[in-house]
Design a protein around this ligand. Structure first.
Ligand SMILES: NC(=O)c1ccc[n+]([C@@H]2O[C@H](COP(=O)([O-])OP(=O)(O)OC[C@H]3O[C@@H](n4cnc5c(N)ncnc54)[C@H](O)[C@@H]3O)[C@@H](O)[C@H]2O)c1
Length: 274
């Protein structure tokens, strides 16, 4: 008899946001290899990869998100085992859009799906090392995340324009905080929630980060880490692990997948270029 694979998604129904390209597209391939029973993709663009179900969804629009949730949780559908909140945009878009897609939409989908998910399952977010300085804003972020209403959340973002700045760093700080804040609630439902925090990854989004953060900062982050840019598969592998039963006791963790970038920075071995 062949040995049982350590990571298996056999029998699991999985939802992935943002799987048209980049990390999400790579994750879909890994999920197929791991035997996922059903892969449901939520994106503004239909993936070229063959998936079981594509629901056109704008993660920055509450009506669109709620419609997707209704479809996912329809009476004839099995409960979701694993949710990957991966969709994200860069600050080449307005801060308001960045916050809607990267934080408010992720939170809405998670909160509404979580109580209906299958016990034993997991939620995995794609955050970023751009969110590593969350502790500096934890009070404000906690206030934002405590807001239930979509419109009030959007107004909060508008009222804190200086703090939110271009939206990207603040949105990812918020995802890291949300991951930790939600871990207790996840446990109560027999679930886990974690995030992966990538440094620069070679995906269609990277040129947008070069534009908003400069080549100098991006190249420095790459050199400080593994000395090579991360591949989409480097990140998708970590997502796959956190969503799997192999990570059964991992909860509320923001996992750095950055080739050592954060460690070198925090240990004072390198300093940010001026
Ligand atoms: N590429 C990097 O350097 C990097 C670094 C750290 C974190 N990340 C994060 O990784 C995640 C995946 O990004 P990627 O690098 O694979 O880029 P990508 O652009 O290839 O993937 C983003 C995906 O999100 C989808 N998307 C965009 N707007 C959407 C919306 N409004 N609603 C639904 N789907 C939408 C896109 O169609 C695409 O499939 C993002 O959350 C991003 O912030 C990327």
């Amino acid at each position: 008899m062949a040995p049982r694979p350590l990571i298996s998604y056999e029998g699991k129904r999985v939802v992935v946001t943002g799987a048209y390209s980049g990390i999400g597209a790579s994750l879909v391939e890994l999920l197929k290899d791991a035997g996922a029973d059903q892969i449901v993709v939520l994106d503004i663009k239909e993936p070229e990869a063959n998936v079981d179900k594509f629901i056109e969804t704008d993660m920055g629009n509450p009506v669109s998100i709620d419609a997707a949730i209704s479809e996912i949780t329809a009476d004839d559908q099995a409960p979701v085992d694993v949710l990957f909140n991966n969709a994200g945009v860069a600050a080449t878009l307005p801060a308001d859009v960045v916050m809607r897609v990267n934080t408010l939409g992720l939170k809405r989908l998670t909160e509404r799906l979580l109580p209906k998910m299958k016990s034993g399952g997991a939620i995995v977010n794609t955050a970023s090392v751009a969110g590593n300085r969350w502790a500096e804003h934890v009070t404000e972020i906690t206030a934002l995340l405590a807001i239930d209403s979509w419109d009030e959340g959007v107004s909060w973002v508008a009222d804190h324009a200086e703090l939110v700045a271009d939206g990207y760093f603040f949105s990812k700080e918020s995802v890291q905080v949300y991951t930790m804040l939600t871990a207790k609630k996840a446990t109560e439902h027999g679930l886990r929630i974690n995030s992966v925090c990538p440094s620069p990854v070679d995906t269609p989004l990277l040129p947008a980060f070069r534009e908003t953060m400069s080549d100098k900062i991006i190249d420095w982050a790459i050199e400080t880490g593994a000395g090579r840019v991360a591949t989409a598969e480097d990140q998708a592998s970590a997502l796959l692990f956190l969503g799997s039963d192999l990570a059964s006791y991992v909860n509320g963790v923001n996992l750095l997948v950055d080739g050592g970038y954060t460690a070198a920075l925090q240990m004072g071995q390198v300093s940010r270029p001026v």
